[in-house]
Design a protein around this ligand. Structure first.
Ligand SMILES: [Zn+2]
Ligand SMILES: [Zn+2]
Length: 168
């Protein structure tokens, strides 16, 4: 693990501890491990992916605990979410202003930064729709496939397979 990466995780964990203490939320070992998993990834995982990852270290953890912990962290303002629905929603421990590159083929999500996009002026017409919590840009495309046919490639780097109908 790169040094800057472990620093980032430690920073996020320190913030978690401070916020939890303030809110009177008990940080169990399971809650800490679930947050540590999310704080250490750029994958923007969904609850099931986090569950699979922490289950290797904590075989007694349940998917239900992972869900409840993630929404608790969300209520504390420590993680944000992507996607409109509660089912299949993906979680993000990066609270700095940032934007997302989303691969329409495999679902890969990566953060990117842009001062220019951070300062994007939103149209007044939005006020008719409701209040604004935050705004970010989602760029969609097909990701570059790094590493060729390496066996270590993560599944989401595989090119999309056409559906039963052969796709559009
Ligand atoms: Zn993000
Ligand atoms: Zn992709």
């Amino acid at each position: 693990m790169r040094k800057s990466e472990s620093n980032r995780i430690e920073q996020r964990l320190e913030q978690l501890k401070a916020v939890a203490k303030e809110a009177g939320v008990k940080l169990t070992h399971q809650r800490l491990e679930i947050f540590r998993e999310l704080a250490g990834t750029e994958e923007h995982p969904d609850a099931e992916a986090i569950f699979r990852a922490v289950q290797r270290r904590m075989p007694t953890v349940s998917l239900d605990t992972v869900y409840r912990t993630l929404w608790k962290l969300h209520d504390l303002g420590l993680v944000t979410t992507l996607g409109p629905q509660r089912d299949g929603v993906r979680f993000d421990a990066n609270l700095d202003p940032h934007h997302h590159y989303v691969c329409v083929g495999c679902g890969l999500v990566r953060d990117f930064e842009s001062e220019e996009l951070n300062g994007l002026r939103l149209p007044d017409a939005l006020k008719k729709l409701g209040s604004i919590v935050d705004a970010h840009v989602e760029v969609r495309g097909l990701c570059a496939v790094p590493g060729g046919a390496s066996p270590n490639r993560r599944p989401w780097h595989q090119p999309p397979t056409p559906g039963p109908q052969g796709g559009p």
